[in-house]
Design a protein around this ligand. Structure first.
Ligand code: HMG
Length: 384
């Protein structure tokens, strides 16, 4: 029995900042952002939207009424939670109207948590093949105005419906993991934004990739030729490319070109959005499926998941027959092209505009399908 991704979708907010505008405002050569980091646009979120609204909007695109009766597991992978106790998963479960006899919870380890959630869902469905699981990876990557990390911000959510005999991708049972206790990026509870040693984080990312890749080749007895594509966690799109190039010395030139062409297809959407933390790897996967004509059913796609701190996993997916009919390419592209471009002043104002920290009764005006319309007694009330 195959288990895997039956449906997949993403959501980003309606506003973005062009990286040329950010570069000009920060007295930086725009080529540093467009070429040096590989980012063209950055998704920006208003204060009335959060991981719940992003996750619910992504999931709504794929969860049918019939699915709502079969889902009994909802997991949100995130590092942008706004509650230390209650999970975003139980709120999304309620907003979507999923049948009540379900487990709903949140998991955390930096950008790795989306993969932890996906693998838990896979194990659950393996034990209960008639049931389905909804996995959401949702985050808001913010480092602060005028910081080194600012050009690598972004936000958004990816939703995946996990089932037996999936229509898009089977998840192979071939994971290789790697954990290393290191402080490259972390966010203590008294910090609004993460603390980051940017250059160390790049180093640990590449080192983690080469470690799990080598271990994968050993454990699973594969070579690079067994992978139609390698897909990476994308904090910015140059990062995965650097990791991919780190394993090029063992490959023929033809092999390098093939994998780098697939890589270019996998980063189309992230160039337009920025870092989604837990969702970045999966936005890369959607981008690859939507933008590649070279893939075919039966192909194996390698997945490198990385969460600073640091936990990583390499595993693979198998493309299912007829997968192309399940993709929503036109809607995905329309979501990105319909967004509104912000001026630098609008971006900075939106960045600093936050939900009130003082308890009270506040009403907001955001008519987006999923948005916070009221804050009272520490409870966020959502439109839906
Ligand atoms: P920086 O110091 O601003 O940039 O930090 P830089 O000087 O390292 O330059 C970046 C690249 O631009 C370099 O290319 C330059 O050569 C190039 P590289 O040598 O790396 O190939 N460059 C130019 N290219 C063309 N024209 C120019 C030009 N000027 C320079 N004129 C950094 C960059 C990414 C470190 C910073 O933005 C940062 O700290 N970001 C946040 C941390 C991060 O994203 N780390 C990535 C790995 S960790 C990770 O993925 C986990 C994470 O997602 C969190 C989680 O797990 O939860 C972050």
């Amino acid at each position: 029995m195959k288990i895997g991704i039956d449906k997949i979708s993403f959501h980003v907010p309606n506003d973005y900042l062009d990286m040329t505008d950010l570069a000009n405002a920060r007295n930086t050569d725009p080529n540093k952002f467009h070429i040096g980091l590989g980012q063209d646009k950055m998704a920006v979120i208003p204060k009335t939207q959060d991981i719940v609204t992003l996750g619910a909007a992504a999931a709504e695109k794929i969860v049918s009424d019939e699915d709502k009766e079969s889902i009994d597991l909802v997991i949100v992978g995130t590092e942008s939670s706004n509650d230390f106790s209650k999970s975003a998963a139980v709120i999304i479960h309620g907003l979507l109207g999923i049948q009540p006899f379900a487990r709903s919870y949140e998991v955390k380890h930096a950008c790795y948590a989306g993969t932890a959630a996906l693998q838990q869902a896979r194990d659950y469905v393996a034990a209960h093949p008639t049931r389905k699981a909804l996995v959401i990876a949702a985050d808001i990557a913010k480092y602060g105005l005028n910081t080194g990390g600012e050009p690598t911000q972004g936000c958004g959510a990816v939703a995946m419906l996990v089932s037996a005999e999936p229509s898009i991708l089977a998840i192979n049972d071939d994971s290789v993991f790697y954990s290393e206790d290191v402080y490259d990026f972390w966010r203590p509870s008294n910090h609004e934004y993460p603390l980051v040693d940017g250059h160390l984080s790049n180093e640990i990312y590449i080192n983690s990739f080469t470690r799990v890749w080598e271990q994968n080749l050993k454990v699973n007895q594969t070579t690079s030729q067994d992978y139609a594509a390698l897909t990476f966690h994308l904090p910015y799109t140059k990062m995965g490319r650097k990791a991919l190039r780190a394993i090029f010395p063992s490959m023929s030139e033809e092999e390098q070109t093939r994998l780098e062409t697939r890589y270019d297809e996998a980063v189309v959407y992230s160039r337009e959005v920025g870092n989604l933390y837990t969702g970045s790897l999966y936005l890369g996967l959607i981008s690859l499926l939507d933008n590649s004509d070279a893939l075919k059913p039966g192909d194996r796609i390698g997945m490198f998941s990385y969460g600073s701190g640091a936990v990583s996993e390499f595993f693979s997916l198998e493309l299912m027959p007829g997968y192309k009919e399940q993709l929503t390419v036109a809607a995905n592209q329309a979501l990105l092209t319909a967004r509104k471009q912000l001026t630098i002043e609008e971006y900075e104002e939106m960045f600093e505009d936050k939900l009130p920290l003082v308890d009270g009764d506040y009403d907001f005006n955001d008519d987006t399908t999923y948005a916070i319309n009221k804050l009272k007694d520490g409870i966020r009330y959502y439109n839906h």
